[in-house]
Ligand binder design. Structure first.
Ligand code: UD1
Length: 429
C-alpha cells in the first residue's frame, strides 16, 4: 500500500493537462460489447477503473489492448459469462455491464458492488428500465440476474434523474426492437459522449443531453473510432486547487461550458478565471477569497463530485459559507478529516457550514472515497507542514498520474510505501 505525502504552502504555477473523462470511460468501454467488430477508444485515462473494465471484458472473451491511452476492443468472441463476483466488485460502474450484456446477449449476471461509501445507492431505476424493455430481473445473493426473450422499446420515465440509469437504459435499448423514450433523463456531458460513441457504432439516438432521449432500435452495431471528452471533474479539481494555492495556472484540455457552474462560483469568490477554447486560466493576485454558498444539483448544476474539494477552498474564504448536498446522503464523511486539520465545519444532515478563513495544519488523514481524496489533496497543498494521505487506491480510481501532474505545477507531493498493510477495498464513484 502507498500513501501520498504533501508538503503544503507552496504557490503553484504552470500548465496542467486534463485526461479523458472517467465517468464517460466507464460507460464507453462496456458499450463496445454491443458491436460486432472492433471499437477503438482514444484518450482514455489510465486509472484503475479503466484497467479493471479492460480485464472484465477479457474475462468474457473480448480481445482488448490498452496502450498510450487508446483501447482497442474486439468484442466478436465475447460470451455472456456470469460475473457475480471478483473484479465487478471493485468499481461501482460495473453496473454498465448489465445494460450492455443484456443488449447484446439478452442475458447477464453481474455482481453488485460491495460496500458503499456515499450512503445508499440504489439501482432501482436501472432495473425499472430493463424490466420495461422486457427483461426479467432478479437479485440473488448479491448479483443481478437479467434475462429476456427479446427486448422491445418502451417509454420509461425516471423517477430520479440518474446518470447511471440513463446510460444503462440507452445501452440496453439500442439493439431492442422499436422505439425507446427515456423521460426525465440525466443531461450530463458524459451521456452525450456515450450517445456519440453509440451513434458512431450505428445506433439511432436523439436528444442526448436533454431530458427526453429517443432511441430507435437497430439490428446490429459495428465498430468505430471514438475520442473521449475531457474529464470535467478532474479539470474542476485543478481549478479549485489553483484557486486555493496557485498564482497563475493554466488548465489544458477542458471544455469550459462543462465547468460553468464552478467557474461562476470561483468568480463569485473573487478568483480570476479566464476561459479559452479548450483551456482555463486561474489567476490569484492576493485578493482575499469571499464566502459563497453552494448547492449540489444534477447537471448543469454544481456537481456533487466537486463539493468536497470546493468545501476545502471555502475554509480559506472570509465568512461563513453554506454547502448543501442534494445528491448523496453521506458525502460529508471527509469533513472529519478536515476538522483534524483545523477546519471549522459544522455538518447538519445534508448541509455544512464552513467558517473561514482558517489556517489548515498538516495531519495524517485517510481518503474514504475518490472525491474525499481530491479534497484532502487540496487541503494538504494549503496546509502548513507535511500531510500524509492514506486510502490512495480510491484516488487512483479517478485521477491518472496525479502526483506527476501536480509536481509539474510546483506542488511538493510524492508517494511513499505505508508501513502497515491495510486491507482496503476500493468501491465508490
Ligand atoms: C454518477 C457518477 C458520479 C456522480 C453521480 C452524480 C459515474 C460512474 N458516476 O453516479 O461520479 O457523483 O453520477 O452526478 O458516472 N438513484 C436512485 N435510483 C437509481 C439510481 C440513482 O435512487 O436507480 C439516486 C442516487 O442514490 C443518487 C441520485 O439518484 O441520489 C443520482 O445518482 P446517479 O446519477 O445514478 O449517480 P451514479 O450514476 O451512481
Amino acid at each position: 500500500m502507498e500513501k501520498i505525502v504533501i508538503e503544503g504552502g507552496n504557490r503553484l504555477n504552470g500548465t496542467i493537462q486534463v485526461g479523458g473523462a472517467k465517468n464517460s470511460a466507464v460507460a464507453l468501454i462496456p458499450a463496445a460489447i454491443l458491436a460486432d467488430s472492433p471499437v477503438t477508444i482514444e484518450q482514455l485515462p489510465d486509472i484503475s477503473d479503466v484497467r479493471n473494465l479492460c480485464e472484465l471484458l477479457k474475462e468474457i472473451g473480448g480481445k482488448v489492448t490498452f496502450e498510450n491511452n487508446t483501447m482497442v476492443i474486439d468484442p466478436r468472441e465475447m460470451i455472456p459469462m456470469p460475473l457475480p463476483n471478483g473484479r465487478v466488485k471493485k468499481l461501482r460502474a460495473s453496473y454498465y455491464l448489465m445494460g450492455a450484456m443484456l443488449g447484446r446477449f439478452k442475458k447477464a449476471v453481474v455482481g453488485l458492488p460491495g460496500g458503499c461509501n456515499l450512503g445508499p445507492r440504489p439501482i432501482d431505476q436501472h432495473i425499472k428500465g430493463f424490466e420495461a424493455l422486457g427483461a426479467k430481473v432478479t437479485n440473488e445473493q448479491g448479483a443481478i440476474y437479467l434475462q429476456a426473450d427479446e427486448l422491445r422499446g418502451a417509454r420509461i420515465y425516471l423517477d430520479v434523474v440518474s446518470v447511471g440509469a440513463t446510460i444503462n437504459i440507452m445501452l440496453a435499448a439500442v439493439l431492442a426492437k422499436g422505439r425507446t423514450i427515456i423521460e426525465n433523463a440525466a443531461k450530463e456531458p458524459e451521456i452525450i459522449d456515450v450517445a456519440t460513441l453509440l451513434s458512431g457504432m450505428g445506433a439511432k439516438i436523439k436528444g442526448a443531453g436533454t431530458d427526453v432521449i429517443r432511441i430507435d432500435g437497430v439490428e446490429s452495431l459495428h465498430g468505430c473510432r471514438h475520442c473521449i471528452i475531457p474529464d470535467r471533474i478532474e479539470a474542476g479539481t485543478y481549478m479549485i486547487l489553483a484557486a486555493a494555492c496557485g498564482e497563475r495556472v493554466l488548465i489544458d484540455n477542458v471544455i469550459p461550458p462543462h465547468v460553468e457552474s464552478l467557474t461562476a462560483k470561483l468568480r463569485e469568490m473573487g478568483v480570476k478565471v479566464h476561459t479559452y477554447d479548450d483551456q482555463i486560466e486561474i489567476v490569484r493576485d492576493g485578493t482575499p477569497l469571499k464566502k459563497a454558498d453552494i448547492k449540489t444539483l444534477v447537471y448543469p448544476g454544481f456537481p456533487t463530485d466537486l463539493q468536497p474539494p470546493l468545501t476545502v477552498l471555502l475554509t480559506q474564504a472570509h465568512g461563513a459559507s453554506l454547502v448543501t448536498e442534494t445528491i448523496f446522503d453521506h458525502r460529508f464523511k471527509y469533513v472529519d478529516e478536515l476538522r483534524r486539520m483545523g477546519a471549522e465545519i459544522k455538518v447538519e444532515g445534508r448541509s455544512a457550514i464552513v467558517e473561514g478563513p482558517t489556517r489548515l495544519q498538516a495531519a495524517k488523514v485517510n481518503a474514504t472515497d475518490l472525491r474525499a481524496g481530491a479534497a484532502l489533496v487540496v487541503a494538504g497543498a494549503v496546509a502548513n507542514g507535511i500531510t500524509e494521505i492514506t486510502g490512495v487506491e480510491h484516488i487512483d480510481r479517478g485521477y491518472s498520474g496525479l502526483v506527476d501532474k501536480l509536481r509539474g505545477i510546483g506542488m511538493k507531493i510524492w508517494r511513499e510505501k505505508t508501513e502497515t498493510e491495510e486491507e482496503t477495498t476500493a468501491v465508490g464513484r
